[in-house]
Design a protein around this ligand. Structure first.
Ligand code: ZN
Ligand code: ZN
Length: 730
């Protein structure tokens, strides 16, 4: 519950190392931050549009982010104590105060320098975002490895005061009832265990969401094409790229941009840097007066059944990746986009090739090994090109290269990587799509879903043991359509399991915003576990329940969350990506042929999932608890929170109820009992009608993870109508 402390005067006592400082010192307590080259901190904190975020102007970037951190400290300490601390530039004499700085600052006050040396922070803060809180001589030094570390240090200090940001929006900040600032009694050092932490598939969020991410030390976001200075100020790393590199940089139909020596009409163009292969050169084959990439260099494109051909779209044959000229042209385009184009702010570049799973069959490519072997050769070369571009000054920042381990590259490499392969800056993304959330990712008893994925993950991690993995989870996969699938039980187990495999980066798709409902707890926990994979989820949960719902509703809501998580845990079997109930019904197959999902409660040694009847029963428990709470007279903001959670409970109970009855109808029809089938269908209709009204939650994600309404989200709307018509006719 948010408690306003406005009107309360006085900072209370400031205890440093157990010693209270005098009231005269209290009055003088200030926040110190170096805002140069800007005039003062408030200006610097809002100057993101005037900062060059491409990487070389560290002084201005630090001033902007760290001044913003100082204003966040000022804002929240005022909410906490009622007293406003002033922000000043650190001058001479090292006055007592809270210092916000980072190791790569252009100038560091002398006392802070001494603290950094004494605590050996240069060697203890190793990872971007790591920080130290050092109480010393009546002051507190918040020292970041970099500006991200300084910002996170400020937020950590506020969290030590009990402040929490459970969901976006200033009105949702939890401020405990207390009036004293508590200083750490000894040095605190924090280092993130996962280096990049966040989301892809962002959807339409407002700036509140980005602020919420930074406050919870999340730092990975999909490249957006607007508002980047704002995202950069908040230390969000942007991930961009994908399947589009080849179509963008060597589009076969696009005009060849160089003066090809055998094509006189192109003589005015820049000198051609690439080899002429007269034997394959086609000339102006389509007689349009221009030379295309394909006409100039058929040897750059993929061979299939002995013949080279240009790719037609992103889902077609990959080009000839053993051709270094082709790669050079592609990398040139990538570097230009990273340096000055649409990837200007990208920190992690996805280079995924085409999305067809077809690779060139020429003898040179084939001799390089499997698609995975070949992909890693390309990745290695791309990374070397980026390093060269950085050395030449063309690129002003370090960009990591990200490859995908999926479909044809799901198998680990069969050949050794170059001895100097850049494991730190080339990372592979593993997407455990179609995983089961009723079992842990490494559960040996989940052979229907997770074991297959876990074996692939394990094989890759062994073959790539020196490298970093990026895990792309699916806590709100498109077909989930923002159902309140909590996934926290698996998350608590799986994130440490991913970490032990070598995962140092993780994101999930898709963000659900606004009206995240109970999923806010999932997202909050996700952030905590990515920072520290061993975070104590149980105590965080108890704290959340009390802080967010108040002491009277905490226990019943805790129970509700338990039932909800169990009830929606079979979401993959309901409507994920094979095997699924919806897939079986649509193909008129036995809907009970998935081992995980039966109509009635059944148990088996392997693949024992939560059955439809069980989900319905758990949702009924949720409904009882929720109704009990809703019938009490409750004050805002708690009442509003319950209403929002109620909407999610309703969506889930109608979804479970619908699947249960429609599956029974289908099964009865298969067994020839049309009377029973009609009965079940009529029961299902009630849930279908309810789902038709559910139009808010299903619109809280990115376009590909939304549905018209709750019934469309079941993926069975048309099926259900047709089934009704058939049963009527029968
Ligand atoms: Zn080839
Ligand atoms: Zn399972």
């Amino acid at each position: 519950m948010r408690v306003s402390r406005r009107g309360f005067i006085g900072v209370g006592s400031l205890a440093v190392l157990g010693v209270r400082i005098s009231s005269a010192q209290q009055r003088e307590l200030r926040i110190f931050v170096d805002s140069a080259p800007f005039l003062e901190a408030d200006e610097a904190a809002g100057a993101e549009e005037r900062v060059d975020w491409r990487g070389s102007d560290v002084r201005a970037m630090n001033a902007c982010t760290q001044s913003y951190a100082a204003t966040e400290l000022r804002r929240h300490t005022r909410l906490l104590t009622g007293k406003e601390l002033s922000i000043a530039a650190p001058g001479n004499g090292d006055p007592t105060g809270i210092y916000v700085l980072s190791l790569d600052d252009a100038s560091i006050p002398s006392a802070a320098k001494a603290v950094i040396a004494e605590e050996k922070l240069e060697s203890r803060l190793t990872v971007s975002g790591s920080f130290a809180l050092v109480p010393h001589g009546g002051s507190l030094y918040i020292v970041g490895k970099d500006r991200a570390g300084a910002l996170y240090g400020a937020y950590h200090f506020l969290e030590m005061q009990g402040i929490r940001w459970y969901e976006p929006g200033e009105e949702n900040t939890y401020i405990p009832e207390k009036t004293e600032l508590k200083m750490p009694a000894s040095v605190v050092i924090e280092t993130p265990m996962m280096f990049s932490r966040g989301f892809i598939g962002p959807g339409a969020v407002t700036r509140d969401f980005h602020v919420w991410m930074a406050r919870n030390r999340l730092n990975l976001w999909e490249n957006e094409h607007s508002d980047q200075p704002w995202l950069k100020k908040l230390c969000l790393l942007l991930i961009g790229g994908g399947h589009d590199a080849y179509p963008r940089y060597i589009n076969p139909q696009a005009e060849y941009p160089y003066a090809y020596p055998l094509f006189p009409a192109s003589s005015g163009k820049p000198k051609d840097p690439y080899k002429v292969v007269a034997a394959s050169y086609l000339g102006d084959a389509n007689h349009d007066g221009k030379l295309s990439y394909w006409e100039a260099h058929p040897e750059w494109y993929g061979m299939e059944n002995g013949v080279r051909r240009p790719f037609r779209n992103v889902e077609d044959l990959n080009p000839c990746t053993s051709n270094d000229d082709m790669l050079a042209e592609v990398f040139k385009g990538v570097i230009q986009d990273l340096a000055t184009g649409r990837l200007l702010y990208v920190d992690q570049y996805n280079f995924w090739g085409l999305d067809s799973h077809k690779w060139c069959e020429c003898p040179v490519c084939t001799a390089q090994g499997s698609p995975t072997d070949r992909m890693l050769i390309v990745i290695d070369k791309l990374r070397r090109s980026l390093v060269e571009a950085q050395q030449s000054g063309e690129l002003k920042r370090d960009v990591k290269v990200v490859f995908a381990m999926y479909y044809e590259t799901i198998k680990p490499p069969t050949r050794p990587l170059p001895a100097d392969f850049d494991y730190e800056n080339c990372m592979g993304t593993m997407f455990p799509i179609s995983r089961c959330y009723g079992h842990f990712i490494d559960d040996p008893n989940c052979t229907e879903y997770n074991q297959i994925l876990w074996q692939e993950l394990t094989a890759w991690s062994k073959a790539f043991s020196k490298g970093q993995l990026l895990i792309g989870e699916y806590y709100n996969i498109s077909r989930c359509t923002s159902l309140p699938a909590m996934d926290t039980r698996t998350m608590v187990h799986d994130i440490p399991a991913y970490y032990s495999l070598g995962a140092r980066n993780m994101h999930y798709m898709h963000v659900s915003y606004p009206h995240n409902g109970p999923k806010r707890w999932r997202d909050f926990l996700f952030a905590r576990l990515l920072w520290n994979t061993n975070a104590d989820a149980d105590s965080l949960f108890q704290e959340y329940l009390h802080n967010f719902y108040g002491k009277d509703a905490a226990a019943p809501m805790g129970e509700l969350y338990g039932h909800l998580e169990t009830a929606v845990s079979p979401v993959t079997s309901w409507r994920g990506f094979s095997p699924t109930l919806t897939g079986l019904l649509l193909r008129d197959k036995d809907p009970e042929s998935i081992e995980h999902l039966k109509i009635k409660e059944t148990h088996s040694a392997q693949n024992d999932g939560v059955d439809l009847e069980e989900s319905v029963a758990h949702m009924a428990q949720c409904r009882t608890i929720m109704n009990g709470l809703l019938h009490r007279s409750t004050a805002e903001p708690l009442a509003g929170r319950l209403r929002e959670d109620d909407m999610h409970v309703r969506y889930a109970e109608n979804t479970a109820g619908f699947y249960y009855r429609v599956t029974q109808a289908a099964q009865a029809k298969r067994q020839g009992d049309l009377e029973a089938a009609r009965n079940y269908w009529r029961q299902a209709k009630v849930y279908a009608d309810n789902l038709k009204q559910e139009t808010v939650v299903v619109h809280t994600s990115s376009f590909d993870a939304m549905a018209k309404d709750g019934l469309a989200a079941t993926r069975l709307e048309l099926y259900f109508q047709e089934l009704g018509a058939e049963l009527q006719a029968g």
